[in-house]
Design a protein around this ligand. Sequence first.
Ligand code: AHG
Ligand code: MN
Ligand code: MN
Length: 335
Amino acid sequence: MKRISLTQYLVEQQREHSRIPPPLRLLIEVVARACKHIAISVNKGALGDVLGSADTENVQGEVQKKLDVIANEVLIEANEWGGHLAAMASEEMDSIHIVPNRYPQGEYLLLFDPLDGSSNIDVNVSIGTIFSVLRKVGHHQGISEDDFLQPGKAQAAAGYCVYGPQTTLVLTLGDGVHMFTLDRETGSWVMTANHIQIPHDTKEFAINMSNLRHWARPVRKYIDECLAGKDGPRGKDFNMRWVASMVADVHRILTRGGVFLYPWDQREPAKPGKLRLMYEANPMAFLVEQAGGLATNGQQRIMDIVPTKLHERVGVVLGSRHEVERVNAYHAEGA
Ligand code: AHG
Ligand code: MN
Ligand code: MN
């Protein structure tokens, strides 16, 4: 099989399929280049003095790791000057970052979780970068946080890069999900899988079991039935995985199926969940749906939720279609 590069894929999408305009092609190329840069820092680890805490807090009250800050800066610097963006938003910034006046303003909005799985940085376990692309709607002057508050179904593109045993970029432009592996010798992203499909059935679930006592009843019922295995109502044994980096858990699901849950729980009842809607749940939901899976909060399709604030949180159930449907059904019947 003749392999194509990310650049070739994007040029073909632009030229032959008119799927993407040139500024969106540039945007994806720039994000991919930034991810390459982040991958280099990640790989240096202790040798590059990138491990440990930055001794600062982000808007969510989480202590920032050095790599959270580094990855955020890399993405901002790479994307500021190309003329493709109007503004950016990030897990690591309280409010939006508007493209400075000295550069041309584009029509796209970029949102990102610069470093996902921060608790895994120092222990050398897979981490990643998640991104989501929206368009600025309307012709009004200026840009504000309100321009970002669009439902996930409005995304023009989404993806993530996983820094694991391999560095892999996974992308959707709304025409399926494609994977590109970084060839470190040539420095290029090479397509290694295309039109990925998640099997509708699975025997593998991912959830942080330490929160079991805090879950709502429908989630408990679902997991209890998985744990009951062959002798239980599901009539089959289930396996469990929890990397604690959403990128890595979603990557496994895109590769071999499975279901991922980070549901609402009673630890902080006022919060709808732990994960952030706009730069974690939405891009992953777009990828999973494009791969034939489903992504909900137990009640509602994630990509239909209209955000009311930038750092909004959401419960997440995503992956193999039949399992997500089952979790939804348990919520509907108030199990
Ligand atoms: P981040 O490092 O960007 O804050 O995200 C971490 C998220 C997600 O990647 C993962 O699925 C989840 O937090 C893990 O949470 P627990 O430590 O509660 O299991
Ligand atoms: Mn994250
Ligand atoms: Mn993060």
